[in-house]
Design a protein around this ligand. Sequence first.
Ligand code: NOJ
Length: 544
Amino acid sequence: MTANLWYKNAVIYCLDVETFMDGDGDGVGDFAGLAHRLDHLERLGVNCIWLNPFYPSPNRDNGYDITDYYGVDPRYGNLGDFVEFMHAAADRGMRVIIDLVVNHTSVDHPWFQSARESEDSPFRDWYVWSKEKPDNITEGVVFPGVQEAIWSYDRKAGAWYLHRFYKHQPDLNVANPEVRAEILKIMGFWLALGVAGFRVDAVPFLIEDMGLPDGGNQDPFSLLNDMKDFMSWRRAGSVLLAEANIEYELAKDYFDDGNRMSMIFDFPVNQTLFLSLARHTAAPLRQALMHRPGPYGMGQWASFLRNHDELDLARLTKAERSEVFSAFAPDENMQLYHRGIRRRLAPMLSNDQDMIRMAQSLMFALPGTPVMWYGEEIGMGEDLSLNEREAVRTPMQWDDQRNGGFSTAKRSDVFRKVPDKAPNGYQAINVAQQISDPASLLHAVTGMIAARRSAPEIGWGEFEVVDLGTDDVLAMSYRWRGGHVVTLHNFTDKPVTFPVEIEGIERYMPLLSDADNRAPFNRGSKLTLPRFGYCWLRCNGERH
Ligand code: NOJ
């Protein structure tokens, strides 16, 4: 296989245009502001940006409720501003992927408005209806405690409609060939404007046949093959990154060796990682990595710490989840949907700088493609006074000036307040301050990204968990084309000293380290990792 699969060595940075930078001073982030701030991303070293939805939307679910798939919400600019941003990103060597949200639309979408109007509407069959009240309508809600049911009655339509998410997000009927054709058309439109692929929202719900007569008469995965084939013709090298919180048994079908999904977020590893952090031992994560299936041809797991949603812990046992809750989200207000945590990383880890850095280094070292959430590179905090997942979607903290440099608007005109309380408020935590401090988290993360980019073995190579005889440290090894990298992460709050003896490796050269481990050493030498320390080693010789 050639090395053309760019996403295997990419570092993806997710942001929401709304919260990143306000370019015109109206209190809302926009494409002009984002284009202006690309220097931050370039300095950081990321080479792919994932944009949360920016389409016209009533914004009842952070833009995941769309009313027009072919436009830009006027609050963020227009298509011209989008193209200018795309040009600026390309100029800096960054690819852009965007959210493709086609499991559902907003109730306000003209398709749904027409569909509910009459059974003769050309859009009636674009959605999933039931004349009778379906059974068990409260089973399978995605947002327990907030969402009541997955079917709601629409008086105008005189029928029940399916919505796997909020009531205001009716599911599209993907068994309808017209809907499938429209999905491809939407993809074609944005590919023509230069995007390098899509983060596909809610894939398991997209392809399910719930509510469709005869199960929709479709092979559920055929839609994914159609999407991938179509893309490959329209833009070579474009990718699909799946939001699919699935059992590992299903991964083979979702990847189809990369002919369906190019990347899938690894939710099971994400949850186990936090269990390991809570317990101060590498054991659970090491087990999870050892049993993780794959690799799958061109397919690749995507690693992450936090994202724009809650930290979903539903795959842990109840007892494990309680452990993570008591370590990282002890107050009920920090928890969400009876399964997750609505906090950012830094405050979750009590702003323990060593632990935050170790967790970040671990994310870049996990075999796969790392996906970061904006603001994590400086250790931003959350605002728990906001609703549900909005807590982790506060504006980017650029400097210690008004509104944290996010907007020049009057404070009261900014659409969402920039956190200003110690210890994670903008006065203390901001990009400008951390640029000027070589000991800052921002500098550390920048170094990690440079190391990750220089170690393609991690994204491409054969992966192995190494047994060093201790559960305190997670040791991972990756080999590719004669290159060999090993990473070590100390999960405990005490220094750990151990001999580094890995079969077949005589010489170790540190590639990244948070401590004094900078000199090359030979097999059998003892290495000390400080509390929550980490060290990446290139083995035997330089990469060929
Ligand atoms: C998954 C997205 O990540 C989440 O933010 C959204 O609420 C749901 N899909 C519904 O679109």
